[in-house]
Design a protein around this ligand. Structure first.
Ligand SMILES: CC(C)(COP(=O)(O)OP(=O)(O)OC[C@H]1O[C@@H](n2cnc3c(N)ncnc32)[C@H](O)[C@@H]1OP(=O)(O)O)[C@@H](O)C(=O)NCCC(=O)NCCS
Length: 197
């Protein structure tokens, strides 16, 4: 199993989807996260609102291991537990950019300040390993923990699609954020380590 760590905050690791294909227990946990409405509601994606079965997990593995995507499971090393997923999607070698995403699927790990640690790793990988210039992201206007995470990391709010999301019978705005490699480096200390075990 390959894992990526920041030696400055070793409690969080990213493990590629490609290394976890045969982990049946993890697939069961992943499906439970995706069927937890309190987790997926704030992602504001209609696809995620319907009940999902094991075929959804297999499709996710295909998607997150294709050439223009890097999907990772988030591992909380102190508990030896997988707690969610993070990804870079739509990786373009032409514009040297990608879209990011995070889901801390195990709600016991929400509100513990882990999202910025995951983002530091994910973006260090994007900028230092993949040599991207820019990472794009977005979230619903009511997803305060996500907005605060973007602020902590140094993203700029670049756009607002008015009433583009529909959550629990109400329309709300979708916000778009972006960060450039030099902005990330100026605001974050990361010592990236890759480990094989
Ligand atoms: C969004 C998500 C990644 C945030 O991760 P997290 O580790 O729980 O977030 P944190 O604990 O770092 O909290 C971030 C900040 O939001 C604050 N916060 C959390 N809930 C809040 C609320 N309801 N109101 C105000 N502030 C809140 C925290 O106090 C923290 O502020 P601080 O950094 O200034 O102390 C995580 O909750 C998650 O995966 N949610 C489900 C999926 C999702 O929404 N993904 C993103 C889709 S775009």
């Amino acid at each position: 199993m390959m894992s990526i760590r920041n030696s400055l905050s070793p409690d969080i690791e990213l493990v590629p989807f490609a290394d976890m294909r045969d982990n049946a227990a993890l697939k069961v946990a992943y499906l439970s996260w995706l069927n937890d409405m309190d987790v997926v509601r704030s992602i504001a994606s209609p696809v995620l609102l319907a009940p999902k079965g094991p075929e959804f997990i297999e499709d996710s593995f295909k998607r997150f291991t294709c050439p223009e995507c890097r999907g990772f499971f988030i591992r909380f090393a102190l508990d030896n537990a997988f707690i969610g997923t993070a990804k870079l999607d739509g990786i373009s070698e032409y514009t040297r950019s990608a879209w990011d995403g995070i889901m801390i699927g195990d709600r016991r790990y929400h509100g513990r300040g882990l999202a910025p640690k995951v983002y530091r790793l994910l973006l260090a990988y994007a900028f230092n390993v993949l040599s991207l210039r820019r990472v794009n992201s977005g979230c619903n206007e009511r997803n305060i923990p996500m907005i605060k995470t973007f602020q902590h990391i140094g993203y700029t709010l670049e756009g607002r699609l008015r009433q583009a999301d529909y959550i629990d019978g109400e329309y709300s705005d979708h916000l778009y954020f972006g960060i450039l490699s030099e902005e990330f480096r100026a605001a974050n200390d990361v010592e990236l380590m890759t480990e094989e075990r």
